[in-house]
Design a protein around this ligand. Structure first.
Ligand code: ZN
Length: 136
């Protein structure tokens, strides 16, 4: 038996605004807020739409594909569990919003196409990370 299943978690992970994101992450589903008025996606979650100022924000599943917008390779051991060197990146999701994340699986460059992977964490929802798409 595992105590890491969503059903076993006594309290939702995250604050009230981000809890739906983490609940979806437990299912390995990447979601972003989508405005019900104008249809724009945004990340990170906010109580209003950055595009039209509307307040009817819903959560929508995104494909988990995008392009590396910016990246930096970290060579210092600053975060437990992240062995340097590791890549911190901003990925522009195909739906539009930008997500700060990690690139796994080797060298990458700005402009590379990436797809979603999940980094498991002990006692917490997994983190969405990205890896380069296969070359065709
Ligand atoms: Zn809007």
């Amino acid at each position: 038996m595992s105590d890491k299943t969503p059903e076993a978690r006594a309290e939702p992970f995250g604050d009230p605004l981000s809890a739906p994101f983490w609940a979806a992450a437990e299912r390995r589903e990447l979601v972003a807020q989508r405005c019900e008025a104008c249809g724009r996606y945004q990340f990170y979650p906010r109580p209003f739409c950055l595009s039209c100022n509307g307040d009817r924000m819903a959560w929508a599943t995104v494909k988990g594909t995008g392009t590396i917008y910016s990246q930096s390779v970290v060579h210092l051991a600053a975060i437990p569990g992240f062995e340097p060197p590791y890549t911190v990146a901003v990925v522009a999701l195909d739906e539009g919003p930008h997500l700060t994340t990690n690139i796994i699986g080797g060298a990458s460059a700005i402009g590379d196409r990436v797809r979603l992977a999940w980094r498991p964490r002990e006692g917490m929802p997994p983190l969405p990370v990205f890896e380069k798409e296969e070359k065709r």
